[in-house]
Design a protein around this ligand. Structure first.
Ligand code: FDP
Length: 318
């Protein structure tokens, strides 16, 4: 069974840009190993989830681990001379790293911040883009993308445009292929949405979820299950494993007119993986990967998962 080093060696052999992307992924894997260690061995988990009294560029309150993870990733990428700049949820603007570098790395260093001190899976999401395209480019340009999950297992889903590979951090310190084919089933009967926002939903979202909840006796003619971990990486991992549909739509709350999740370092990498695994990812209508970000921290409604279910949801908006 292969490990991350052999996957990266294969990629690197494809050309200089792929080699640069592979070097960036290797650095991210080192950073993720350190972050996983911090989480696993911290005696007082509440310390990692402590509110720092600071806000990131987007107005979210920063937790201690958000900032630690960001520092660890910036420092790991700083050692890789092919990385031109680092875009982070935790930084207002791009951090320039190496003049002449050929790739840009965008990341949500610690996804699922509100779950840090609850011992629930959290993660790191990343996107690798050609530096020649500048900071704001559509996700379709990504050279590679993936996310790490810090949960019962420390895992990585990664794609360089080909198949998605699932790897697990083992006792030897290496990420090993988990040996399953990452393919999102076309059909599902499981949805993920924060149902506490129901009163704020737009009509199409309310109608779609209402029909799912009506189950066997409703228009869908079958029963649906619901799961909401509240960490995109954990809800995402489940969907890669057993199918499902994830929705974080726009709603009527102040500040949620474009949903909650960020296009450049959350939706784009997830959408890249989802398409590579045969699923779909849209803003409700348009593929996420075709959207041009207006800003580094732009938000976007995000719907992804089993292709037929994402299409089904889109039909409620037409
Ligand atoms: P968090 O703010 O805890 O980092 O990225 C944002 C995110 O979590 C996602 O991981 C998660 O899916 C979503 O927000 C949860 O939002 P709600 O608290 O509104 O449910």
């Amino acid at each position: 069974m292969s490990n991350l080093s052999s996957v990266l060696a294969c990629e690197a052999a494809r050309g200089p840009l792929q080699a640069a992307a592979a070097a960036a992924v290797a650095a991210l894997a080192d950073a993720a190993t350190s972050i996983a260690g911090l989480i696993r061995h911290q005696g007082d988990a509440a310390g990692l989830g402590a509110v720092r009294g600071t806000e990131n560029a987007d107005g979210d309150t920063q937790k201690a681990l958000d900032v630690m993870a960001d520092d660890i990733i910036a420092s790991a990428l700083g050692k890789v001379d092919v990385v031109a700049s680092y875009l982070s949820e935790e930084q207002d603007a791009a951090i320039p790293l190496h003049a002449g570098g050929s790739v840009i790395v965008a990341s949500d260093p610690l996804d699922g911040s509100s779950n840090i001190d609850t011992n629930v899976s959290i993660g790191t999401i990343f996107s690798i883009l050609p530096a020649s395209g500048g900071v704001l480019q559509p996700g379709r340009n990504q050279l590679a993308a993936g996310f790490f999950v810090y949960g019962p297992q420390t895992t990585l889903l990664v794609s360089f445009g080909g198949p998605v590979i699932a790897l697990q951090l083992a006792a030897d310190g290496a990420f090993h292929d988990m040996g399953w084919q990452v393919r999102i089933s076309d059909v599902t009967s499981e949805f993920a949405i924060n149902a506490s926002n129901q009163r704020h939903w737009h009509k199409d979202v309310a109608a779609y979820i209402g029909d799912c909840l009506a189950g066997k006796d409703g228009p869908r003619g079958r029963n649906f299950n619901m799961r909401w971990v509240g960490s995109l990486v954990a809800d995402g991992w489940r969907i890669f494993r057993r199918g499902g549909i994830f929705l974080y739509p726009a709603d009527h709350r102040d500040g949620y007119g474009a949903g909650r999740l960020r296009l450049v370092y959350e939706a784009n990498p997830v959408a890249f993986l989802v398409e590579a695994a045969g699923g779909k990812a849209t803003d409700g209508a348009v593929p996420i990967l075709d959207l041009a970000p207006a800003d580094l921290h732009s938000r976007v409604p995000l719907v992804f998962g089993s292709a037929k279910e994402v299409d089904e949801f889109a039909a409620y908006g037409s």
